[in-house]
Write a new protein. Structure first.
Lengths: 277, 341
C-alpha cells in the first residue's frame, strides 16, 4: 500500500494582494490566505494515485496556526491525514531552511508509516522558486523528479515509478526508483469540486501539530532565519517608465491612430500567408 | 569556510541536441561583466556526451576556462549524474558564483546542488551585479507574486548561486579565434549509481506560432472577463498573423494553456509588436515583455500600470476597440495589398 505525502503551503493570494507603496511590503490583510494553487494539484494527484493503487495520503505543511485551514482544504480534496509543523523557530526560513524543517517532519511521519512517494506543487505563488521540493528530495536522498505532468505508472512491488517530465518543447519519460519526490505541473490534473462527504469530514478534521521540540535530531541553527543562507537586502519598486503616448478621442479615432502606427510596420503583416509559408 | 579560497564566476552550460542553449551564452555575457568587475576569471562547466568540441565556441562567447565532463553517462540530463559532476567540480575548484539558466534543466540542477553544498540559491533573477571588493552577488528578481523587485544576497556561504531568466541578459558578439583553457575532468560515476533512466524524449513542436519566436503577440488578461471574452484575443492575433499571449491570472483561471503565459513564471518574449489587452501590468508580467519593440496597451482603467510600460495606450473598452480595429485593419490591409499588385 502506497503512503504518499503531499507538501503544501498556505499563501496570501498574490493576485489580489496590495502593496504598501511607502514601505514596499505586502499588506497581508488585503489578501485572503489560500491553499497554494499548485499544491491543490499535488494533493489531487496523490488522491488519484491512491484510488489507482490503494494507500494513504498525508499532507504536510509548515506555517502559523491559521494554516490549519489549508490542511482542511486538502482533506476536502481527499487527503486522509494532515500534519503541521508550527513554531516561531521556523519563521523567516528561505528555501534551504524550509526543506530542512519539512524533511525533519517527514522523517517523523515515516516512523508512523513509511513513506513511498512525496508530491509537491511546482512552486508557491508567494515565493515563486520551486526549490523546496528538490531540496527535500536531496535531504532524504530520494531522486527529485521536477516538472512532472503525468504519472504513467507506479509499481509498488518492484519499487519504481514512470513519469513524464515537462520540457520547454515537449516531455521526457523517466523511470525512477522509489521512494522518490515529484513536483508536479498544474496541467497534471484538474481539481474537481469536493464531495459532500469530504467537506463534512474537513469541517471536523484537526491535523496533528508538532513544534520543534516534537521533532527529532533537529539542529536549531538550520531552522528559520538563522538557517537561511539567502536574505532579502532590498525591496524596491522599479522606477516607473514614463509611459508612452495615449491615443485620445472616441473609439474610431483611437483605432484609426493605432492603425496608422501599425501600418508603419506593415512589412510584418505582409509576411502573413503572402508566400504561403 | 574561508572566502579567500573561492574564485571565479561560473556558468553551467546547458546542451540540448548537441548544441549550447541560448541562455547559457547569455549568461556568459552577463558573467563576463561580473568577472571583469571582480577581476577574476569566467568559466563554463560543460557536461554531456561528445560535447568537448563545444568549448571552442564558449571561449569565443567570453569564457576564459571551460571545465568539461564528457562521458556516455551524461548523454541525457539527469539530476543525479549532473549534480554529482558539478558538485565534484565545485569542491575541487571552488567558484565564487555559479549561474544557471532558469530552464527546467537549470532550475532542477541548481536546486539539487544548492541543497547538497549547501548554499543559497536565488531563483529566476533578472538583474545581476557584484560587489567589486567583497565579491557579494546582488541577484534581483520580481518577488511576492511579482508585485515588487527584491535583491537577494547570500553573505555567509560560497559559492553564491542564481538561476537567471532566459532572454534577459545579452550574449556577447563572438570573437572568432578567441582561446581559453580547457580542463577535462574524468568522472568516477557508474550507471548503477544513478537511480533514474530517461526512457524517451518527445519533442512537440506543432504549436501554430511559437510565442517566443513570434514577431507579433496579442496578449490578453483578466480584463476580458471570461473565456468567451478571451476569444477576442485569438481573433485579433489571427487577423494580424500573431501569436496569443496571456497574463498569469488568465492561465491560472484555466482560460488558456500555460505555454501562452508571458512573464516571470511564463515565457519571456521580445516580439516586434506586443499588444497587452485587459492586462493590468503587474511587475511579473512586465519583466516578460518589456523588451518588445512596440508595446500597445488597451485597458479600461486609466490608472492601470501597464500604460507606464507601453509606447502607446488606449483607455477604452476592449470589446469596442478591438472589433473596430480588426474591421479597419482588414479593410486597410486588403486595400494596401491591392495597391501593391
Amino acid at each position: 500500500m502506497l503512503h504518499i505525502v503531499a507538501c503544501i503551503k498556505q499563501v496570501p493570494d498574490t493576485k489580489i494582494i496590495k502593496m504598501n507603496p511607502k514601505t514596499n511590503t505586502m499588506d497581508r490583510a488585503s489578501a485572503p490566505a489560500i491553499l497554494n494553487p499548485y499544491d491543490a494539484h499535488a494533493v489531487e494527484e496523490a488522491v488519484r494515485l491512491k484510488k489507482r493503487y490503494g494507500g494513504t495520503v498525508s499532507v504536510l505543511t509548515m506555517g502559523p496556526p491559521p494554516a490549519v485551514k489549508a490542511i482542511k482544504k486538502c482533506i476536502e480534496i481527499g487527503a486522509d491525514e494532515g500534519y503541521m509543523i508550527s513554531d516561531r523557530a521556523f519563521a523567516g526560513a528561505d528555501t534551504l531552511a524550509t526543506s530542512y524543517a519539512l524533511t525533519k517532519a517527514i522523517e517523523k511521519i515515516s516512523k508512523i508509516k513509511s513513506v513511498d512517494l512525496i508530491i509537491c506543487g511546482k512552486m508557491t505563488i508567494d515565493g515563486d522558486t520551486g526549490q523546496v521540493g528538490p531540496g527535500i528530495a536531496r535531504r532524504l536522498d530520494m531522486p527529485p523528479l521536477t516538472s512532472v505532468n503525468k504519472v504513467k505508472e507506479i509499481n509498488v512491488e518492484e519499487g519504481y515509478a514512470v513519469v513524464h517530465r515537462k520540457l520547454e518543447d515537449g516531455y521526457e519519460v523517466i523511470q525512477s526508483t522509489m521512494p522518490c519526490l515529484m513536483s508536479v505541473e498544474k496541467e497534471i490534473n484538474e481539481v474537481p469540486y469536493s464531495s459532500m462527504t469530504n467537506m463534512l469530514k474537513a469541517v471536523r478534521y484537526q491535523p496533528i501539530i508538532w513544534a520543534v521540540a516534537d521533532l527529532e535530531d533537529v539542529e536549531r541553527t538550520q531552522l528559520g532565519l538563522k538557517g537561511s543562507p539567502t536574505i532579502v537586502s532590498k525591496v524596491w519598486a522599479p522606477a516607473k517608465p514614463s509611459g508612452g503616448e495615449m491615443l485620445e478621442g472616441d473609439v474610431s479615432q483611437q483605432t484609426e491612430q493605432l492603425l496608422n502606427i501599425l501600418l508603419e510596420k506593415k512589412e510584418l503583416f505582409a509576411v502573413k500567408g503572402g508566400d504561403g509559408s | 569556510m574561508s572566502f579567500e579560497d573561492y574564485h571565479g564566476i561560473w556558468v553551467f552550460i546547458e546542451v540540448k541536441d548537441g548544441e549550447v542553449v541560448p541562455v547559457s551564452l547569455e549568461l556568459l555575457g552577463a558573467g563576463r561583466e561580473l568577472a571583469d568587475k571582480r577581476k577574476t576569471e569566467l568559466a563554463g562547466v560543460l557536461i554531456g556526451e561528445n560535447v568537448t568540441h563545444l568549448a571552442d565556441s564558449l571561449f569565443e562567447f567570453g569564457a576564459d576556462t571551460v571545465y568539461v565532463y564528457d562521458d556516455a553517462i551524461f548523454r541525457d540530463y539527469r539530476t543525479e549524474s549532473y549534480m554529482k559532476a558539478l558538485l565534484e567540480c565545485c569542491q575541487k575548484y571552488k567558484p565564487e558564483v555559479i549561474l544557471y539558466g532558469a530552464t527546467s534543466t537549470g532550475k532542477d540542477l541548481a536546486s539539487a546542488v544548492a541543497t547538497d553544498l549547501p548554499t543559497g540559491l536565488t531563483a529566476d533573477s533578472t538583474i545581476l551585479d557584484i560587489e567589486e571588493d567583497t565579491g557579494l552577488l546582488l541577484a534581483s528578481r520580481p518577488a511576492f507574486g511579482g508585485n515588487i523587485m527584491a535583491t537577494i544576497l547570500c553573505k555567509k556561504y560560497r559559492p553564491q548561486m542564481a538561476t537567471v531568466r532566459p532572454k534577459v541578459m545579452k550574449a556577447l558578439t563572438p570573437e572568432p579565434g578567441r582561446k581559453g583553457k580547457l580542463i577535462e575532468e574524468k568522472t568516477s560515476l557508474k550507471e548503477e549509481d544513478i537511480r533514474t533512466k530517461v526512457l524517451e524524449i518527445v519533442r512537440q513542436t506543432t504549436k501554430k506560432v511559437k510565442i517566443d519566436e513570434a514577431d507579433i503577440i496579442v496578449a490578453g488578461g483578466k480584463g476580458l472577463g471570461s473565456p468567451n471574452g478571451f476569444k477576442l484575443i485569438h481573433e485579433l492575433a489571427e487577423t494580424l498573423g500573431g501569436a496569443v499571449g496571456a497574463s498569469r491570472d488568465v492561465v491560472e483561471a484555466g482560460w488558456i494553456e500555460h505555454h501562452h503565459q508571458v512573464g516571470q513564471t511564463g515565457v519571456t518574449v521580445t516580439p516586434k509588436i506586443y499588444f497587452a489587452i485587459g492586462i493590468s501590468g503587474a511587475i511579473q508580467h512586465i519583466v516578460g515583455m518589456q523588451n518588445s519593440g512596440l508595446i500597445i496597451a488597451i485597458n479600461n482603467d486609466p490608472e492601470a500600470p501597464i500604460f507606464q510600460s507601453s509606447h502607446y495606450g488606449i483607455v477604452g473598452d476592449a470589446f469596442e476597440v478591438v472589433p473596430l480595429l480588426i474591421e479597419q485593419f482588414k479593410q486597410v490591409f486588403n486595400r494596401e495589398a491591392v495597391d501593391h499588385v
